[in-house]
Design a protein around this ligand. Structure first.
Ligand SMILES: CC(C)(COP(=O)(O)OP(=O)(O)OC[C@H]1O[C@@H](n2cnc3c(N)ncnc32)[C@H](O)[C@@H]1OP(=O)(O)O)[C@@H](O)C(=O)NCCC(=O)NCCS
Length: 146
């Protein structure tokens, strides 16, 4: 699958399509809705997307700025039909290069227990005890960028 990655802006058409993907994959399975939360704070986030050769948005993640050198990676999703083909890995690697080019040197995240192995394969280091967020178990993890 031919895929290209780029930044999009809060409020854009691509941002709104990404919200639907996030709602479908990250919130509905938990009996929640993304649109119940205040998305206004996301106007200050970095939004990165992946599109296939038909310009279909199939991958998304966002960065929240924590401090001058640290970003928090959130809401990582790959469309169901595109999972298991290396696109998640490419999305993370693209986002790391984007972070470096933007002057950041560290990424932190909260990984669902079911996907902590995905981040560990990409050299994110698991930290501390399991905790509950959005009703399910998570681990903290981080990576220092080269
Ligand atoms: C998690 C997710 C982003 C992974 O994307 P993907 O495109 O399917 O992953 P990739 O094909 O790039 O996988 C890269 C590597 O991670 C491994 N991997 C993928 N999902 C994994 C999981 N849940 N647990 C452990 N390893 C996993 C793959 O086997 C592959 O291993 P390799 O090094 O042997 O090649 C995707 O499955 C998804 O969107 N899931 C639903 C939403 C979600 O849970 N997001 C995470 C919120 S914290």
């Amino acid at each position: 699958m031919d895929i290209h990655f780029l930044e999009t802006q809060y409020g854009s058409v691509d941002y709104r399509v990404s919200c639907d993907l996030r709602d479908k994959l990250l919130r509905k399975p938990l009996g929640m809705s993304l649109f119940d939360q205040d998305l206004e704070e996301e106007k200050d986030f970095i939004h990165l997307i992946g599109k296939n050769e038909w310009q279909e948005l199939i991958a998304y993640l966002q960065f929240k700025k924590i401090d001058k050198v640290t970003l928090k990676m959130q809401q990582v999703v790959v469309a169901e039909h595109a999972q298991g083909k290396g696109i998640g890995r490419k999305l993370i690697l693209f986002s790391e290069q984007f972070a470096i080019m933007s002057g950041f040197s560290s990424i932190i995240l909260h990984a669902r227990e079911t996907v902590i192995g995905f981040y560990e394969r990409l050299d994110y280091e698991r930290e501390g005890e399991k905790f509950v967020e959005v009703t399910i178990p998570h681990f903290k993890a981080s990576k220092e960028l080269q």
